[in-house]
Design a protein around this ligand. Structure first.
Ligand code: 5AD
Ligand code: SF4
Length: 431
């Protein structure tokens, strides 16, 4: 979502005469779009700010955007007085006004209010597509309050964007050549909206929205991220079964495999209900690839609880999975729980978990060898005469193809695997 938000900010600044530069030292304005999810990400902001001395020396401005801005607001000014603008994730559409204000008045321009719906549409207006795959925000915020997580505090309550506004943006992107859309939200499968005109039901869930968007000419692939297991409803599972444009790939974080820890995390599911949910989804779409998020070292996690996490991973067989050491976030209930886990134990568990997840990922990739997969080719590859694109399972695939295949979904034969990609051959048309 931060990548999407940064792209939109770039779009907003263009009419003001700004263009992107790869070199921060020559910038008139540097915006750090920040993440507050783990301490390490938040601390990076301050070390990055310390490095931006040239910008100020040349009279440029420095802005901090995103969730660190939202959560730490004025503290940023105290720790980094060189910062001119601070604005939270709900204020991006006010960026032009904030810049004008900061040019007019001395001191810090600060905005950290919540008004998500207004922002969705303001950011989408006049959007220029950049490539063949595009992110589309349809939901923001989270009401789940997992006890480790800052998102409900930094991004606010769950808000769904309207069906018609989403469809209008997707139609507009399709008209600009976009073939694949990824619907975004912190808790995207909690999305609900009004049914479009002529529909029999009153409202839609995410499954219905995917079917609705699948009817837009030019849109060939639909993805969404990130989902909560408790919001995987029947409508969405059914869409996986019979909407071929919905890609067979689902990111469904579980966080832990131990019920005691899941309860302390306020996850609202058990290891067993999660595994059964995955089984139901696989019944609906047998070729689906599952990805996830895992946290090791949540307070109270002992060796036995960690082994239950390993057992869940063995049972699910992930195509890919992100894993993190628990990071104590101020203001969240987890931060004050007893039995915090020592850093060296977290590091050791993370290593064991990641070794298992890496084996599963390599196994999943190896299973594709010999198959023909439809790949959306998006960019030139590493070598001349080669393109790179994405398989239905989000794997990067390199194949020898001419430039005119860019933006097309081309079936290719998978030949071999590399650590983070697949190599493929173009099909012999005559064969
Ligand atoms: N510590 C470690 N990982 C976290 N995540 C969220 N909050 C924390 C935290 N305090 C992870 C979860 C979530 C992903 C986006 O980040 O796994 O799904
Ligand atoms: Fe955070 Fe996701 Fe839990 Fe919401 S559902 S509180 S975003 S981990």
């Amino acid at each position: 979502m931060n990548v999407y938000d940064s792209e939109r900010m770039t779009g907003l600044l263009r009419p003001l005469g700004y263009s992107p530069t790869a070199n921060p030292d020559e910038a008139d304005l540097v915006i750090l779009n920040t993440c507050h999810i783990r301490e390490k990400a938040a601390e990076k902001v301050y070390s990055e700010l310390g490095r931006l001395t040239e910008v100020k020396a040349r009279g440029g401005k420095i802005a901090v955007a995103g969730c660190v801005a939202q959560a730490e607001g004025k503290e940023i000014k105290a720790r980094a007085p060189q910062v001119d603008l601070v604005f939270g994730p709900q204020s991006y559409h006010h960026l032009p006004e904030l810049i004008a204000k900061s040019a007019r008045e001395a001191g810090l321009a600060l905005e950290t209010d919540f008004a998500a719906v207004e922002k969705f549409d303001a950011l989408a207006e006049g959007r220029q597509a950049d490539g063949y795959a595009a992110f589309v925000t349809i939901q923001e915020g989270c009401d789940k309050f997992c006890t480790f997580c800052v998102v409900p505090y930094t991004r606010g309550a769950e808000v769904s964007r309207g069906t018609d506004a989403i469809a209008a943006e997707v139609r507009d992107l399709a008209a600009q050549g976009v073939v694949e859309i990824t619907l975004l939200g912190q808790n995207v499968n909690a999305w609900r909206g009004a049914a479009p005109a002529g529909a029999t039901q009153d409202s839609l869930g995410l499954g219905g929205l995917c079917r609705h968007l699948a009817q837009i000419d030019g849109i060939e692939r639909i993805r969404f991220t990130t989902s909560h297991p408790a919001d995987m409803d029947d409508e969405l599972i059914a869409a996986f079964a019979d909407e071929p444009k919905l890609m067979p790939y689902l990111h469904l974080p579980v966080q832990s495999g131990a019920d005691r820890i899941l309860k302390a995390m306020n996850r609202r599911h058990t290891a067993d209900t999660y595994i059964r949910m995955i089984e139901r989804i696989r019944q609906a779409r047998p070729d689906i690839a599952i990805s996830g998020d895992m946290i090791v070292g949540f307070p109270g996690e002992d060796e036995g609880a960690f082994e239950e996490t390993l057992a869940l991973v063995e049972a699910v067989e992930y195509a890919s999975c992100f894993s993190f050491k628990y990071s104590r976030r101020p203001g969240t209930p987890g931060a004050t729980l007893p039995k915090q886990v020592a850093e060296d134990i977290k590091a050791e568990r993370l290593q064991r978990l990641q070794a298992l997840l890496e084996r599963q990922k390599q196994h999943f990739n190896a299973q594709q060898v010999g198959k023909i997969l439809p790949v959306l080719f998006e960019k030139p590859g590493r070598e001349a005469g080669q393109l790179v694109g994405r398989s239905p399972y989000l794997q990067a695939v390199f194949a020898p193809l001419p430039d005119h295949a860019l933006g097309q979904i081309v079936p290719v034969r998978i030949l071999s695997t590399r650590p983070n990609s697949l190599e493929a051959a173009a099909l012999d048309v005559a064969a």
